[in-house]
Design a binder for this molecule. Structure first.
Ligand SMILES: Nc1ncnc2c1ncn2[C@@H]1O[C@H](COP(=O)(O)OP(=O)(O)OP(=O)(O)O)[C@@H](O)[C@H]1O
Ligand SMILES: O=C(O)c1ccc[n+]([C@@H]2O[C@H](COP(=O)([O-])O)[C@@H](O)[C@H]2O)c1
Length: 209
């Protein structure tokens, strides 16, 4: 199988995340996309809401995607809580990919990411091993020129055969930040994320503060 690992805070999940996962799976012939929500134990980024809420929103979103199946008729999307249940200090993408390699020893693994992440990637945990041992599908993101960003960083360019570059072919400015801002300011972020997630956000009073 060809498996994509899609890591994010999903704080909250957006239609951009779902579109990215679906189009990457279709165009790179993936049999499965595993969504891996980050843990609040992550040192480098503060999550805006608890793990339990981010996970629930992800579950609600994926429940709306039951019609997405692979060539074997199995669900295309699934969730792994490996980072949420990991010990502090073991939540790096490298740890996640090692976990996935153990779980799927004979399958082809790809970490799915947007090109904005290339800017800091050579400082990620165990970056040298991560970049030399694994493959990455990089989806273009407006303002982050993929090829240039890879060429500008010695560690990235010396592993450039591990980057599988894709262009979306469409501009998508939807971000979790925009949705959180709308909720905080009393706006209406309908149609930027599944209705079920927005309903949950309002019911639970998330992102208001
Ligand atoms: N519009 C997009 N185009 C391409 N990649 C995207 C897009 N939105 C998110 N991604 C990718 O999805 C992954 C998760 O991104 P992230 O959780 O930071 O989303 P975000 O919407 O930018 O969140 P935030 O606004 O909180 O930073 C990253 O690999 C990011 O590059
Ligand atoms: O492993 C790391 O050091 C590392 C540093 C920054 C980001 N990442 C991963 O990149 C993905 C998107 O991160 P972010 O910052 O956009 O939430 C997510 O899966 C993170 O775990 C990983």
């Amino acid at each position: 199988m060809r498996i994509g690992i899609y890591g994010s805070s999903f704080d909250p999940i957006t239609y951009s995340h779902l579109f990215t996962a679906a189009t990457v799976a279709h165009r790179r012939r993936l049999d499965k996309v595993i969504f891996v929500p980050c843990s609040s134990k992550r040192h480098d980024k503060k999550m805006q809401t608890d793990d339990v809420h981010r996970l629930r929103m992800l579950e609600l979103a994926l429940a709306t995607c039951q019609n997405k199946t692979n060539s074997m008729g199995n669900p295309l999307f699934e969730i792994s809580t490996v980072e949420m249940t990991a010990l502090p200090g073991e939540t790096y993408t490298y740890d996640t990919m090692i976990h996935m390699r153990k779980k799927y020893p004979t399958d082809e693994l790809f970490f799915i990411m947007g090109s904005d992440l290339l800017t800091g990637m050579s400082n990620w945990g165990n970056a040298e091993k991560l970049l030399s041992e694994f493959h990455f599908i990089v989806m273009s993101r407006e303002g982050y020129p993929t090829a240039d960003l890879i060429a500008e960083d010695a560690l990235l360019r010396n592993n450039d055969e591990h980057f599988h570059i894709m262009s979306k072919g469409i501009n998508m400015g939807i971000s979790s930040t925009y949705i959180r801002d709308e909720i905080r300011k009393g706006g209406d972020p309908s149609f930027l994320l599944p209705d079920e997630c927005l309903k949950y956000i309002y019911e639970q009073g998330i992102y208001r503060g």
